[in-house]
Design a protein around this ligand. Structure first.
Ligand SMILES: Cc1cc2nc3c(=O)[nH]c(=O)nc-3n(C[C@H](O)[C@H](O)[C@H](O)COP(=O)(O)O)c2cc1C
Length: 159
């Protein structure tokens, strides 16, 4: 099973999780870059406003071993921004959603709200609904458990 991990991360939480997941699954892991400076309060505000407006900033070209359509599973990682997926991930989905055969989602957040509706929002860009998903508050009790549950679910789909 060919798996691609692809993610955006502003402050490293989603990146750390996606790197752990890709190491466990021994698969490629690609970071999206839209070249936008999202640092500091200005970057935070810009990001929140873009997410609320469902903007799709251009994402730089990224390299993968296979074309996106050739992967059996694409695992997409995003922080929650204002109750939505991050703008760079929305761009990725808009451009590649119809090429993805099967998708799974990893979202990170900093509140106790699970934001499972974000999964459905992301599904709107796909031709088939996601097959596995996890929502994690990094550093919270249980975050490792939920990550491992997600890995078990993904491995279950390999059989
Ligand atoms: C613009 C912006 C909006 C955010 N909105 C939410 C939110 O609605 N709910 C939430 O729980 N966390 C929210 N967060 C927090 C991030 O989702 C959380 O810290 C995430 O783990 C960051 O991931 P990263 O380090 O990979 O960028 C927001 C962060 C940013 C920058």
């Amino acid at each position: 099973m060919y798996i691609l991990c692809v993610y955006y991360s502003r402050t490293g939480n989603t990146e750390k999780l996606m790197k752990e997941i890709s190491q466990e699954l021994k698969c490629e892991c690609v970071r999206l870059d839209d070249g936008v400076d999202r640092s500091g309060t200005g970057g935070w505000l810009k990001s929140g406003m873009q997410a609320m407006a469902l903007e799709v900033p251009a994402v730089k070209e990224f390299r993968t071993v296979l074309p996106v359509s050739a992967y059996d599973l694409v695992i997409i990682g995003t922080p929650v921004w204002a109750g939505r997926c991050s703008a760079p991930v929305r761009s990725f989905l808009q451009k590649n959603g119809n090429k993805i055969r099967k998708a799974a989602y990893v979202i990170t957040r900093d509140s106790d709200v699970r934001y499972e509706e974000v999964f459905e929002q992301m599904d709107l860009y796909l031709s088939a609904p996601h097959i596995a998903a996890v929502t994690i508050r990094p550093g919270s009790v249980g975050s490792t458990f939920w990550r491992d549950e997600f890995l078990t679910a993904v491995r279950g789909k390999e059989k």
